[in-house]
Design a protein around this ligand. Sequence first.
Ligand SMILES: [Zn+2]
Length: 268
Amino acid sequence: MPELPEAEYMVRRLQECAPHAHIRRVRILRDSLVAPQGVLHVRRYARGTVQQYARRAKNVLLHLDTGWTIRIQLGMTGHCYWIANPSAPPAHTRVLFLLAQGGALALEDARTFGRVQVHRQAALGQVFRAYGPEPLDPEFRWTDLRDAAAGLRLPLKFFLMDQRRIAGLGNIWAAESLFAARLAPQRGVDTLADAEWRALHAAIRRTLRRAIQHTFRVTSRPEEFPEADLLRLSVYGRADAPCRRCRTPVRRQVEGGRATYFCAVCQH
Ligand SMILES: [Zn+2]
């Protein structure tokens, strides 16, 4: 499932492959992806020149010169990238943004949990009001992370995955960040000392930055999207494999329907 690093990777690739893209037509191959907005509405307002590709949480944003922004929620399997030949799009393409300069921006989404919506730029603040701070924002301090947990009593892992508290982390990078910070996913957020919040804040930023860099290293073409097994993960998906720090087998535990991975020796 795409999280912050994967969305950031897509944004940087789009910027590299299709700067100043002028979208002249939108082809929607699966209507449910634009719900609750209508097909005609999205087709109408998703046209224009992309002034900037950006990311907020796990959303890919295309800011147009018309005052509108296309917001792509990646869902479980969404992947957005430039293709040269729109007449033969990849198998799971759901939306095609056809470009005046040739080629298209394709949204591939095998499981169709993604969404494409258009918003007036003036309304974006409202659209994102429920999201927590961006962990890679230079202004994001360890105290912001601690304060986001004030008054809560829930396990760290759930806290990190809650987009209202901190934006962009999902199952993979929450588990990896907790391993890097040596904190157990089950720890209650109300039990952390300031030094531990500081360590967690640093671990999240380091883990996400490395994940973005690593994504570029393991993929050489824009249409490639690295699955977790291509990335060198510390704990996620490594049940029973030796911990990279202490060689104890990594543990897998299902909580709230999601599997979490951790080292019971290194993480407390
Ligand atoms: Zn360990």
